[in-house]
Design a protein around this ligand. Structure first.
Ligand code: SAM
Length: 223
């Protein structure tokens, strides 16, 4: 694909993401993406995050294999989870499940600082290099078990988990600031999971809201 073709395909992808947001609005309560999130989705080149043999599929609204049994998330889900997290320009965000680094790049263009943990060292290393090549200096990627969070950098304004957890890891709730939000797919692997938003109020009480059925690879770690 040449750069004009990428641009056209990227534009069509954004139109699909906008349409899907509208179509799922009855369930999610969110019929429109904010201009901020849409603009960032328009600037992150997804083809840079997929395997060379997948370049032709980079701007199709679907997850794709990235090797080692893992996937890059579907753009609509990336947009939806970003909108639900709603990272502000002064926010520090923790991401669990760096994968290709695509969601990380979207977050990095919205938040002050992104900390991202990936269980598989080869993926963490490749993602860190890609993010650096794209000039995203406000990202720290580390290989490790995201179920334990990132204690040294806590607390976080927002936490996003991009793998399916059988239960919400307790460390992540603890590392969330009062007023913060945790977006996480909850459920068993190889089944439909429940995308949830947990909000911690100023008193530390947590409210949980179910948003949409989703399918993610499993979160593997110590709960
Ligand atoms: N958002 C990513 C992207 O756009 O490329 C896709 C993430 S992929 C669906 C889920 C990732 O979570 C995988 O790379 C997997 O290795 C990672 N993962 C699973 N369990 C983990 C854990 N306990 N800690 C950190 N990463 C984990």
């Amino acid at each position: 694909m040449n750069s004009d073709e990428y641009q056209r395909a990227h534009q069509q992808l954004l139109e699909r993401v906008v349409a899907e947001t509208r179509e799922t609005g009855g369930a999610t309560g969110l019929y429109e993406l904010s201009e901020r999130v849409l603009q960032v989705m328009a600037t992150v080149p997804r083809h840079r995050f997929v395997l060379p043999e997948q370049h032709g599929w980079a701007y199709v609204d679907m997850p794709l294999p990235i090797g080692l049994g893992q996937t890059i998330s579907q753009p609509f889900i990336v947009a939806l989870m970003t909108e639900l997290l709603a990272p502000g320009p002064e926010d520090a965000v923790l991401e669990i499940g760096t994968g290709s680094g695509y969601q990380t790049a979207v977050l990095a263009r919205l938040a002050r600082q992104v900390y991202s943990l990936e269980r598989i060292p080869e993926l963490a290393e490749a993602a860190a290099q890609r993010l650096q090549e794209l000039g995203l200096a406000n990202v720290a990627v580390r290989a490790g078990d995201g179920c334990l969070g990132w204690e040294e950098q806590a607390p976080f304004d927002g936490i996003i988990v991009t793998a399916a957890a059988s239960d919400v890891p307790e460390a992540l709730v603890r590392q969330l600031k009062p007023g913060g939000r945790l977006v996480i797919p909850v459920g068993l692997p190889h089944q439909t999971q429940d995308l949830q938003v947990l909000e911690k109020d100023e008193q530390g009480q947590v409210q949980v809201r179910s948003v949409l059925p989703v399918v993610f690879v499993p979160l593997i770690g110590s709960f």
